[in-house]
Design a protein around this ligand. Structure first.
Ligand SMILES: [Zn+2]
Length: 345
Protein backbone atom coordinates (compact mmCIF):
# COMPACT_ATOMS: atom_id res chain seq x y z
CA UNK A 1 0.00 0.00 0.00
CA UNK A 2 1.15 3.54 -0.69
CA UNK A 3 -0.19 7.04 -0.20
CA UNK A 4 -1.53 8.54 -3.41
CA UNK A 5 -3.80 11.25 -4.75
CA UNK A 6 -6.86 9.20 -5.63
CA UNK A 7 -9.78 10.32 -7.78
CA UNK A 8 -12.54 8.37 -6.00
CA UNK A 9 -15.20 9.42 -8.48
CA UNK A 10 -16.09 12.55 -10.43
CA UNK A 11 -15.47 15.63 -8.25
CA UNK A 12 -14.00 13.71 -5.29
CA UNK A 13 -10.28 13.60 -4.55
CA UNK A 14 -8.60 12.05 -1.56
CA UNK A 15 -5.05 11.42 -0.37
CA UNK A 16 -5.08 7.88 0.98
CA UNK A 17 -3.42 4.48 0.90
CA UNK A 18 -4.11 2.43 -2.20
CA UNK A 19 -2.63 -0.71 -3.76
CA UNK A 20 -0.61 0.18 -6.87
CA UNK A 21 1.57 -2.13 -9.01
CA UNK A 22 4.80 -2.66 -7.08
CA UNK A 23 6.69 -5.58 -8.61
CA UNK A 24 9.99 -4.66 -10.29
CA UNK A 25 10.28 -6.94 -13.33
CA UNK A 26 13.61 -7.65 -15.05
CA UNK A 27 13.18 -4.71 -17.46
CA UNK A 28 11.67 -2.27 -14.92
CA UNK A 29 12.98 0.35 -12.54
CA UNK A 30 11.51 1.67 -9.31
CA UNK A 31 11.42 5.46 -9.10
CA UNK A 32 10.98 7.76 -6.11
CA UNK A 33 8.71 10.47 -7.54
CA UNK A 34 9.96 14.01 -6.96
CA UNK A 35 7.80 16.37 -9.07
CA UNK A 36 4.47 15.87 -10.86
CA UNK A 37 2.80 18.42 -13.12
CA UNK A 38 -0.97 18.91 -13.04
CA UNK A 39 -2.30 18.37 -16.57
CA UNK A 40 -5.54 19.50 -18.16
CA UNK A 41 -6.51 15.87 -18.62
CA UNK A 42 -6.09 15.13 -14.88
CA UNK A 43 -8.32 18.11 -14.10
CA UNK A 44 -10.83 17.01 -16.73
CA UNK A 45 -11.14 13.57 -15.12
CA UNK A 46 -11.57 15.28 -11.74
CA UNK A 47 -14.34 17.60 -12.97
CA UNK A 48 -16.10 15.41 -15.52
CA UNK A 49 -15.15 11.81 -14.70
CA UNK A 50 -14.36 10.94 -18.30
CA UNK A 51 -12.59 11.94 -21.49
CA UNK A 52 -14.20 10.55 -24.63
CA UNK A 53 -14.38 6.75 -24.25
CA UNK A 54 -12.23 6.73 -21.07
CA UNK A 55 -14.50 6.66 -18.03
CA UNK A 56 -13.46 6.64 -14.36
CA UNK A 57 -15.45 3.67 -13.02
CA UNK A 58 -13.25 2.90 -10.02
CA UNK A 59 -10.81 4.89 -7.87
CA UNK A 60 -7.78 5.98 -9.90
CA UNK A 61 -4.47 7.62 -8.96
CA UNK A 62 -4.01 10.84 -10.98
CA UNK A 63 -0.86 12.34 -12.54
CA UNK A 64 1.28 11.50 -15.55
CA UNK A 65 3.88 14.31 -15.86
CA UNK A 66 6.66 13.17 -13.56
CA UNK A 67 10.33 13.29 -12.68
CA UNK A 68 12.13 11.45 -9.91
CA UNK A 69 15.10 9.32 -8.85
CA UNK A 70 15.77 5.64 -9.61
CA UNK A 71 15.86 3.62 -6.38
CA UNK A 72 15.95 0.04 -7.74
CA UNK A 73 16.66 -1.56 -11.11
CA UNK A 74 15.46 -4.83 -12.59
CA UNK A 75 17.93 -7.66 -13.19
CA UNK A 76 18.22 -6.98 -16.95
CA UNK A 77 18.39 -3.18 -16.83
CA UNK A 78 21.70 -1.81 -18.14
CA UNK A 79 20.75 1.72 -19.19
CA UNK A 80 20.00 3.17 -15.75
CA UNK A 81 21.42 2.90 -12.25
CA UNK A 82 20.25 3.65 -8.73
CA UNK A 83 20.46 7.38 -8.04
CA UNK A 84 19.84 8.48 -11.65
CA UNK A 85 17.54 11.50 -11.94
CA UNK A 86 14.92 10.64 -14.55
CA UNK A 87 11.65 11.54 -16.19
CA UNK A 88 9.16 9.01 -17.45
CA UNK A 89 7.18 8.63 -20.65
CA UNK A 90 3.75 7.70 -19.25
CA UNK A 91 2.44 5.52 -22.08
CA UNK A 92 3.50 1.86 -22.15
CA UNK A 93 2.66 0.10 -25.41
CA UNK A 94 2.71 -3.60 -26.13
CA UNK A 95 6.28 -3.83 -27.51
CA UNK A 96 5.44 -6.49 -30.09
CA UNK A 97 2.20 -4.94 -31.29
CA UNK A 98 1.82 -4.04 -34.96
CA UNK A 99 1.80 -0.31 -34.07
CA UNK A 100 4.97 -0.64 -32.01
CA UNK A 101 6.70 -2.51 -34.81
CA UNK A 102 5.78 0.39 -37.13
CA UNK A 103 7.27 2.92 -34.69
CA UNK A 104 3.87 4.45 -33.95
CA UNK A 105 3.53 2.98 -30.47
CA UNK A 106 1.54 6.03 -29.29
CA UNK A 107 -1.42 4.79 -31.32
CA UNK A 108 -1.09 1.17 -30.20
CA UNK A 109 -4.68 0.31 -29.15
CA UNK A 110 -3.20 -1.64 -26.20
CA UNK A 111 -1.15 1.29 -24.83
CA UNK A 112 -1.45 1.70 -21.06
CA UNK A 113 -1.13 5.38 -20.14
CA UNK A 114 -0.80 6.73 -16.59
CA UNK A 115 -4.01 8.22 -15.19
CA UNK A 116 -6.11 7.09 -18.13
CA UNK A 117 -8.79 4.73 -16.76
CA UNK A 118 -8.31 2.06 -15.62
CA UNK A 119 -4.53 2.69 -15.30
CA UNK A 120 -3.23 4.38 -12.14
CA UNK A 121 -1.10 7.53 -12.45
CA UNK A 122 2.03 8.65 -10.63
CA UNK A 123 0.88 11.03 -7.85
CA UNK A 124 2.29 8.61 -5.31
CA UNK A 125 5.76 8.44 -3.74
CA UNK A 126 6.98 5.39 -5.69
CA UNK A 127 6.23 3.93 -9.10
CA UNK A 128 7.51 0.97 -11.12
CA UNK A 129 8.08 1.71 -14.80
CA UNK A 130 9.82 0.08 -17.79
CA UNK A 131 13.44 1.26 -18.14
CA UNK A 132 12.78 1.68 -21.86
CA UNK A 133 10.36 4.52 -21.08
CA UNK A 134 12.49 6.08 -18.34
CA UNK A 135 14.94 8.80 -19.42
CA UNK A 136 17.99 10.06 -17.54
CA UNK A 137 18.02 13.81 -16.94
CA UNK A 138 21.29 15.70 -17.44
CA UNK A 139 22.51 17.54 -14.32
CA UNK A 140 21.52 20.87 -15.90
CA UNK A 141 17.84 19.82 -16.17
CA UNK A 142 15.88 20.31 -12.94
CA UNK A 143 13.12 18.03 -11.64
CA UNK A 144 10.63 20.80 -12.48
CA UNK A 145 11.85 20.82 -16.08
CA UNK A 146 11.93 17.02 -16.10
CA UNK A 147 8.25 16.96 -15.17
CA UNK A 148 7.59 19.37 -18.07
CA UNK A 149 9.11 17.04 -20.66
CA UNK A 150 5.76 15.25 -21.04
CA UNK A 151 3.72 18.25 -22.27
CA UNK A 152 6.74 19.66 -24.14
CA UNK A 153 7.07 16.33 -25.97
CA UNK A 154 3.64 16.97 -27.48
CA UNK A 155 5.02 20.19 -28.99
CA UNK A 156 8.18 18.48 -30.24
CA UNK A 157 6.09 15.71 -31.80
CA UNK A 158 3.91 18.38 -33.47
CA UNK A 159 7.00 19.91 -35.12
CA UNK A 160 8.09 16.46 -36.29
CA UNK A 161 4.63 15.79 -37.72
CA UNK A 162 4.68 19.23 -39.43
CA UNK A 163 8.00 18.33 -41.11
CA UNK A 164 9.10 21.78 -40.01
CA UNK A 165 11.76 23.39 -42.24
CA UNK A 166 14.30 25.97 -40.95
CA UNK A 167 12.89 29.46 -41.23
CA UNK A 168 9.25 28.39 -41.34
CA UNK A 169 6.79 31.04 -40.21
CA UNK A 170 4.25 29.41 -37.90
CA UNK A 171 1.00 30.19 -36.15
CA UNK A 172 -0.21 28.47 -33.01
CA UNK A 173 -3.90 28.89 -32.20
CA UNK A 174 -4.40 28.79 -28.43
CA UNK A 175 -2.01 29.96 -25.68
CA UNK A 176 -2.66 27.22 -23.14
CA UNK A 177 0.27 25.17 -21.81
CA UNK A 178 0.36 22.95 -24.90
CA UNK A 179 0.04 25.94 -27.26
CA UNK A 180 2.95 27.75 -25.63
CA UNK A 181 5.09 24.61 -25.53
CA UNK A 182 4.25 23.88 -29.17
CA UNK A 183 5.40 27.41 -30.09
CA UNK A 184 8.65 26.94 -28.14
CA UNK A 185 9.25 23.55 -29.74
CA UNK A 186 8.73 25.05 -33.21
CA UNK A 187 11.27 27.81 -32.50
CA UNK A 188 13.75 25.27 -31.16
CA UNK A 189 13.16 23.21 -34.31
CA UNK A 190 14.12 26.18 -36.49
CA UNK A 191 10.96 28.22 -37.04
CA UNK A 192 11.76 31.84 -37.87
CA UNK A 193 8.88 33.32 -35.95
CA UNK A 194 5.72 31.99 -34.36
CA UNK A 195 2.46 33.87 -34.03
CA UNK A 196 0.28 32.70 -31.16
CA UNK A 197 -3.39 33.53 -30.61
CA UNK A 198 -5.76 33.62 -27.67
CA UNK A 199 -8.52 35.77 -26.22
CA UNK A 200 -6.89 35.99 -22.75
CA UNK A 201 -4.41 38.88 -22.54
CA UNK A 202 -2.68 37.26 -19.54
CA UNK A 203 -1.88 34.08 -21.47
CA UNK A 204 -0.61 36.06 -24.45
CA UNK A 205 1.62 38.09 -22.17
CA UNK A 206 3.25 34.90 -20.85
CA UNK A 207 3.72 33.52 -24.38
CA UNK A 208 4.99 36.86 -25.69
CA UNK A 209 7.88 37.03 -23.23
CA UNK A 210 9.76 34.57 -25.45
CA UNK A 211 11.88 35.96 -28.30
CA UNK A 212 10.37 34.99 -31.66
CA UNK A 213 6.81 34.61 -30.34
CA UNK A 214 4.31 37.21 -31.61
CA UNK A 215 1.09 37.28 -29.55
CA UNK A 216 -2.21 38.06 -31.30
CA UNK A 217 -5.36 38.73 -29.29
CA UNK A 218 -8.13 37.38 -31.52
CA UNK A 219 -10.73 39.06 -29.33
CA UNK A 220 -9.63 42.34 -30.94
CA UNK A 221 -7.71 41.42 -34.10
CA UNK A 222 -8.27 38.93 -36.90
CA UNK A 223 -5.46 36.37 -36.92
CA UNK A 224 -4.94 36.74 -40.67
CA UNK A 225 -4.69 40.55 -40.46
CA UNK A 226 -2.05 40.22 -37.76
CA UNK A 227 -0.06 37.77 -39.90
CA UNK A 228 -0.35 39.98 -42.98
CA UNK A 229 0.72 43.07 -41.05
CA UNK A 230 4.05 41.38 -40.29
CA UNK A 231 4.56 39.10 -43.30
CA UNK A 232 2.83 41.00 -46.12
CA UNK A 233 -0.56 40.18 -47.61
CA UNK A 234 -1.60 37.32 -49.92
CA UNK A 235 0.48 34.50 -48.56
CA UNK A 236 0.08 33.33 -44.93
CA UNK A 237 2.14 31.09 -42.66
CA UNK A 238 3.93 27.87 -43.56
CA UNK A 239 2.56 25.87 -40.62
CA UNK A 240 -0.46 26.31 -38.37
CA UNK A 241 -0.55 24.33 -35.14
CA UNK A 242 -4.14 24.25 -33.86
CA UNK A 243 -3.75 23.90 -30.09
CA UNK A 244 -7.04 25.17 -28.67
CA UNK A 245 -9.79 22.80 -29.81
CA UNK A 246 -12.03 25.87 -30.09
CA UNK A 247 -14.43 25.62 -33.07
CA UNK A 248 -13.56 29.12 -34.35
CA UNK A 249 -9.85 28.30 -34.45
CA UNK A 250 -10.31 25.97 -37.44
CA UNK A 251 -11.42 28.93 -39.58
CA UNK A 252 -8.41 30.91 -38.34
CA UNK A 253 -6.15 28.01 -39.26
CA UNK A 254 -7.58 27.81 -42.79
CA UNK A 255 -7.44 31.54 -43.37
CA UNK A 256 -3.85 31.88 -42.09
CA UNK A 257 -2.16 28.86 -43.70
CA UNK A 258 -0.35 29.63 -46.95
CA UNK A 259 -1.10 27.82 -50.22
CA UNK A 260 0.57 24.42 -49.95
CA UNK A 261 1.13 24.90 -46.23
CA UNK A 262 0.42 22.57 -43.34
CA UNK A 263 -2.11 22.47 -40.53
CA UNK A 264 -1.34 20.26 -37.54
CA UNK A 265 -4.25 19.36 -35.25
CA UNK A 266 -2.85 19.29 -31.73
CA UNK A 267 -5.84 20.47 -29.67
CA UNK A 268 -8.77 18.16 -29.04
CA UNK A 269 -12.22 19.72 -29.48
CA UNK A 270 -14.84 18.40 -27.06
CA UNK A 271 -17.14 17.43 -29.93
CA UNK A 272 -17.32 17.40 -33.72
CA UNK A 273 -16.40 20.74 -35.29
CA UNK A 274 -17.24 22.22 -38.70
CA UNK A 275 -14.22 22.30 -41.04
CA UNK A 276 -14.25 23.96 -44.48
CA UNK A 277 -12.91 21.18 -46.70
CA UNK A 278 -13.10 23.30 -49.87
CA UNK A 279 -11.03 26.08 -48.27
CA UNK A 280 -8.44 23.43 -47.44
CA UNK A 281 -8.56 22.01 -50.99
CA UNK A 282 -8.31 25.46 -52.62
CA UNK A 283 -4.90 25.89 -50.95
CA UNK A 284 -4.04 22.20 -51.32
CA UNK A 285 -2.84 22.12 -47.72
CA UNK A 286 -1.42 19.14 -45.89
CA UNK A 287 -3.19 18.11 -42.69
CA UNK A 288 -1.43 16.25 -39.88
CA UNK A 289 -2.76 15.02 -36.56
CA UNK A 290 -1.03 14.52 -33.22
CA UNK A 291 -1.85 12.00 -30.50
CA UNK A 292 0.52 12.45 -27.55
CA UNK A 293 4.01 11.65 -28.97
CA UNK A 294 6.36 8.88 -29.97
CA UNK A 295 10.15 8.67 -30.08
CA UNK A 296 10.72 12.29 -29.03
CA UNK A 297 11.39 12.19 -25.27
CA UNK A 298 15.17 12.06 -25.75
CA UNK A 299 14.95 14.94 -28.23
CA UNK A 300 12.81 17.03 -25.89
CA UNK A 301 15.33 16.52 -23.06
CA UNK A 302 18.18 17.40 -25.45
CA UNK A 303 16.55 20.72 -26.39
CA UNK A 304 16.04 21.65 -22.73
CA UNK A 305 19.58 20.61 -21.75
CA UNK A 306 21.06 22.53 -24.68
CA UNK A 307 19.30 25.71 -23.59
CA UNK A 308 17.26 25.88 -26.82
CA UNK A 309 14.10 26.18 -24.77
CA UNK A 310 13.50 27.53 -21.27
CA UNK A 311 10.42 26.00 -19.67
CA UNK A 312 11.14 27.29 -16.16
CA UNK A 313 9.06 30.50 -16.52
CA UNK A 314 6.02 28.31 -17.24
CA UNK A 315 5.89 26.83 -13.73
CA UNK A 316 3.33 29.14 -12.09
CA UNK A 317 3.16 27.59 -8.62
CA UNK A 318 4.43 24.57 -6.69
CA UNK A 319 2.52 22.68 -3.97
CA UNK A 320 3.59 20.05 -1.43
CA UNK A 321 1.97 16.61 -1.90
CA UNK A 322 -0.26 17.18 1.18
CA UNK A 323 -1.80 20.14 -0.69
CA UNK A 324 -2.49 18.19 -3.88
CA UNK A 325 -6.23 18.79 -3.64
CA UNK A 326 -5.61 22.54 -3.25
CA UNK A 327 -3.45 22.37 -6.38
CA UNK A 328 -6.19 20.56 -8.31
CA UNK A 329 -8.87 23.01 -7.18
CA UNK A 330 -6.67 25.90 -8.27
CA UNK A 331 -6.06 24.23 -11.65
CA UNK A 332 -9.82 23.71 -11.97
CA UNK A 333 -10.38 27.43 -11.36
CA UNK A 334 -8.38 28.10 -14.58
CA UNK A 335 -6.57 31.28 -13.61
CA UNK A 336 -5.43 32.84 -16.88
CA UNK A 337 -2.06 33.65 -15.27
CA UNK A 338 -1.39 29.97 -14.46
CA UNK A 339 0.43 27.87 -17.05
CA UNK A 340 1.70 24.82 -15.16
CA UNK A 341 1.10 23.88 -11.52
CA UNK A 342 3.39 21.27 -10.02
CA UNK A 343 3.28 19.05 -6.94
CA UNK A 344 6.44 18.03 -5.05
CA UNK A 345 6.47 14.69 -3.24
ZN1 LIG B 1 -0.13 16.04 -19.67
Amino acid sequence: MAQALVLERRGELQIRDIQVPDTVGPHDVRIAIHTVGVCGSDVHYYLHGSIGPFIVNEPMVLGHEAAGVVTEIGSDVTTLKVGDRVCMEPGIPDPISRASRLGIYNVDPAVRFWATPPVHGCLTPRVVHPAAFTFKLPDSVSFAEGAMVEPFAVGVHASVRAKLVPGDVCLVTGSGPIGIMTALAALAAGAGKVFITDIAAEKLEIAGQYAGVIPVNVRHDAARSAVDAVCGADWGVDVVFEASGFPSAYDDALSCVRPGGTIVFVGMPVGKVPFDIVAAQAKEIRIETVFRYANVYDRAIELIAAGKVDLKPLVSATFPFEDSIVAFDRAASQRPTDVKLQIIL
